[in-house]
Ligand binder design. Structure first.
Ligand code: GAP
Length: 453
């Protein structure tokens, strides 16, 4: 059962993203470029945290995976061999009434008659295939021989560099090559905020193995990837592993799972985990005439490895993180009265700002000086935000809205004015429980580092 949709919640999330500098419509002052988004000061931190954590888990903390960073401009031969030039398309229909371009699966059907979802028009063109790749030209002459594509997925450069990386890294099967980077698709209808964009980022792993172990690694990577989402704060009960049925799967895949998430606009795909067999390497070997075989020193066998591919979207995961973190609740203000607050409950590991630092009063120099010392102490280890303006309660509210998990207040006790035993201690407040504890400044870096790692 799919979760109910909640358009109002989605509207509030989009508006918060703009107001607090997570995500802006690209080129907004010129009316916007459909399907392109810009990440603001907080969005870029959130994105970096996600990509860094993925890289750490997939590359740095494993012996069997290495990374690469391939070019976006792609030689047409690569995408001909992979099947993208011929087949990377969606069936498209135009509405003659409102001139909308639609994917055929977006049409609504009333009493057996297909209609335009925008205007209800029934005057529709025949379906035709629309290739989703962005084509460009390399060099000054715009002729057929200069055609190149903006890559529609990061995976192909991994396959094309397979032999180079195999030789230089001297890896033995099973092993993987990971990449994070931009991909481009001329989606017929970008929609649901950043969910379906024309420019987006992927985090892809191609994990090469022996044919007889393909299904085993498929199950392994599905589980790993579900654990990953839990580790960044998305609970398992809002994630769904959908086994893609035979008739929906790519013809070369022996098994594919979609990891789906309950977005406010419905249950949708976050990531695909696909067992792609030896299709890609075989295609590139055939088209390039270069051997992409693996040689097993022990058995003296030579063969094309199979591959399991977990392919995640950065932007979709960011959107899931924001949707999941968004909450409205009640919190006491400075007078102890309850008022409603918007809070983003990001996992501390993902939060753009880890700790906010407040001097109790901005016009008391000794408090300000001490607070700035705490900023300098924490800054090498984490993103911090210093704020001295307004009532403390209001300052906390501003941080709650951007998901800062910890807040530190420097008060007169910190200065040892009330009780010398409390000198150089601060109040540390937890965003979610709103519990406050007194901790020594010296202990703060280690304590917080442990929570944000
Ligand atoms: N190499 C396999 C591949 O690209 P895909 O299912 O087409 O597979 C993988 O894409 C992931 O990339 C998706 O699960 C999604 O997270 C992300 N993605 C694909 N198209 C996207 C789009 N138009 N906008 C945002 N993210 C997209």
């Amino acid at each position: 059962m799919s979760a109910p949709t909640d358009a109002q919640r989605m509207e509030k999330i989009v508006s918060l993203c703009k107001r607090r500098g997570f995500i802006f419509q690209s080129t907004e002052i010129y009316g916007g470029l459909n399907g392109a988004w810009d990440y603001g000061p907080l969005g870029v931190e959130l994105k970096r945290n996600l990509k860094n954590y993925w890289w750490r888990m997939i590359v740095h903390e494993r012996d069997d995976v290495v990374g690469m960073d391939g070019a976006i401009l792609t030689h047409p031969a690569v995408l001909k061999a992979s099947g993208h030039v011929e087949g990377f398309s969606d069936p498209m229909i135009d509405c003659r009434t409102c001139k909308a371009h639609l994917r055929t699966d977006q049409l609504v059907e009333k009493r057996g008659i297909k209609q335009c979802p925008n205007c209800g028009g029934k005057d529709l063109t025949e379906a035709r295939q629309f290739n989703l790749m962005f084509e460009t030209h390399v060099g000054a002459a715009a002729e057929e021989s200069s055609v190149a594509y903006l890559r529609p997925e990061t995976a192909q450069s991994i396959f094309v560099q397979f032999k180079n990386i195999l030789e230089m890294s001297r890896k033995k099967l099973p092993f993987g090559i990971a990449q994070i980077g931009k991909a481009f698709r001329n989606e017929i209808n970008p929609r649901n905020f950043t969910f379906r964009s024309r420019e987006f980022e992927q985090m892809e792993l191609e994990y090469f193995c022996r044919a007889e172990e393909g299904m085993k690694w498929l199950r392994y990577w599905l589980e790993e990837r579900l654990n990953f989402y839990e580790n960044i704060g998305i609970p398992r009960d809002r994630l769904h592993a959908r086994e893609v049925p035979d008739d929906e799967r790519a013809f070369y895949s022996k098994g594919t799972y979609d990891i789906e998430y309950d977005f406010p606009f419905g249950r949708q795909e976050l990531e695909g985990v696909a067992y792609r067999t030896d299709y890609d390497l075989r295609q590139h070997q055939k088209a390039s005439g270069k051997s992409l075989e693996y040689f097993d020193d022990e058995t003296k066998e030579r063969f094309i490895p199979h591959v399991v591919e977990p392919s995640a979207g950065v932007d979709r995961t960011i959107l899931a993180l924001i949707c999941d973190a968004y909450a409205e609740d009640q919190a006491p203000n400075d007078k102890g009265e309850m008022e409603s607050r918007i809070v983003l409950r990001f996992h501390p590991r993902m939060a753009p700002i880890k700790c906010a630092i407040f001097p109790l009063l901005k016009n008391k120099e000794s408090l300000v000086t001490k607070a700035k010392e705490v900023v300098a102490l924490l800054r090498p280890d984490m993103t911090v935000f210093y704020d001295e303006s307004g009532a403390i309660g209001r300052r906390y509210r501003r941080q709650d809205e951007i998901g800062t998990p910890f807040g530190v207040t420097i008060d007169f006790e910190t200065l040892g004015e009330k009780d010398p035993a409390l000198r150089d201690t601060v109040t540390l407040r937890d965003r979610d429980s709103m519990k406050q504890e007194r901790v020594s400044i010296q202990e703060l870096p280690a304590m917080l580092r442990e929570c944000i790692r």
